[in-house]
Design a binder for this molecule. Structure first.
Ligand code: MLT
Length: 327
């Protein structure tokens, strides 16, 4: 006996294939690509299921307003925009599509690293504005540098593999992998305190949970190699933004490439100063934004929903109800 879902609300621009798959399996759905938090609060009471990306915050208030709600599906990996604990208490299932966009996020991370090392974005902007400035944009090679990967899950290990090909020495932190498992993708397992002083580049791929909040902070930056470069395609909140800004201004940090922010879109003055900083390359949460990833995510999440309603329809394993994030 599957979940009784009579209507699914799909928001945040989730791929249209999600709606198509649900419809073709007799699951009524409504798409509102853009929805404000007030609109979501008003609308959610009409639906048994909700599909979100990262823009909508599925707070306790939204869950309370969703009087019929049985399922919240995250079309992506991170469920930090969903109050999973509150959902659990109300018996609302939370599912995600953890692997579907990992390849895109890892390619994006590597692209940011290259762009940071070679000042590609500011050099291109200046050139478009008529400035031919070769000396100003002398960069550094990635070859021979040490890359510290924090979190060797689906994205982190693909970044490690790709940056190995650039001749970087990859070290990584992940409490769930053994040294031998890390060796399989040419990564030396280290502890955080060993990583800080030797990494030239640090890239973050760990979920945002209580333990990882403000992982990069003033104390850590003091332990890092002077001039370290930081890449974050993981989650805003992993970096203490004020401490990063101070680190950039003092030269402790020589560059940062950031795709995610504590609040998106950013409005906090500190975040805005980071976005404007000349040593920072910023993008608007684009890690998973590729045609391929969005097709995979839409498909994976829709198939999971269909399987919850009509168990066994798809061969993909049935969704883990209220997936417990790695602690
Ligand atoms: C994720 O958690 O997988 C990404 O943030 C997905 C997204 O961009 O929606």
């Amino acid at each position: 006996m599957g979940l009784d879902i009579k209507s699914v609300l799909i928001v945040d621009g989730v791929g249209q294939n999600c709606a198509k798959i649900l419809t073709s399996h007799g699951i009524p759905n409504v798409t509102k690509a853009k929805i404000t938090s007030d609109e979501l609060l008003k609308e959610i009471g009409n639906h048994d299921g909700l599909v979100v990306r990262s823009a909508s915050q599925v707070t306790k208030e939204v869950l309370n307003a969703g009087t019929k709600l049985k399922l919240v599906a995250r079309a992506g990996a991170g469920v930090d925009n969903i109050d999973v604990a509150a959902a659990g208490k109300k018996g609302i299932a939370v599912i995600n599509a953890p692997g579907a966009n990992a390849l895109s996020a890892s390619e994006f991370t590597c692209g940011l690293m290259l762009a940071l090392a070679r000042h590609i974005a500011p050099a291109a902007t200046d050139f478009k504005n008529g400035q031919w400035m070769r000396a100003k944009y002398t960069g550094t090679e990635l070859h021979g540098k040490t890359l510290g990967v924090i979190g060797l899950g689906r994205v982190g290990r693909q970044v490690a593999t790709r940056m190995n090909a650039f001749g970087m020495m990859v070290i990584g932190v992940d409490p769930f992998l053994s040294a031998a498992q890390c060796e399989e993708f040419n990564t030396t397992k280290v502890q955080l305190d060993e990583l800080w002083p030797i990494a030239d580049y640090i890239t973050l791929h760990t979920p945002l949970v209580e333990k990882t909040k403000n992982l990069i902070n003033a104390e850590v930056l003091r332990k890092c190699k002077k001039g370290v470069k930081i890449i974050n395609v993981g989650r805003g909140g992993l970096i203490n933004e004020q401490d990063l800004l101070d680190g950039l201004n003092s030269g402790l940090v020589s560059g940062a490439a950031l795709d995610v922010f504590e609040r998106e879109p950013p409005i906090d003055p500190v975040t805005l100063l980071i976005v404007q900083h000349s040593a920072v390359l910023c993008t608007p949460h684009l890690g998973a934004s590729t045609e391929e990833a969005q097709i995979r995510v839409g498909e994976e999440i829709a198939e999971q929903i269909v399987n919850l309603v009509k168990p066994g329809t798809f061969a993909t394993p049935i969704a883990e109800i209220t997936r417990i994030l790695r602690k």
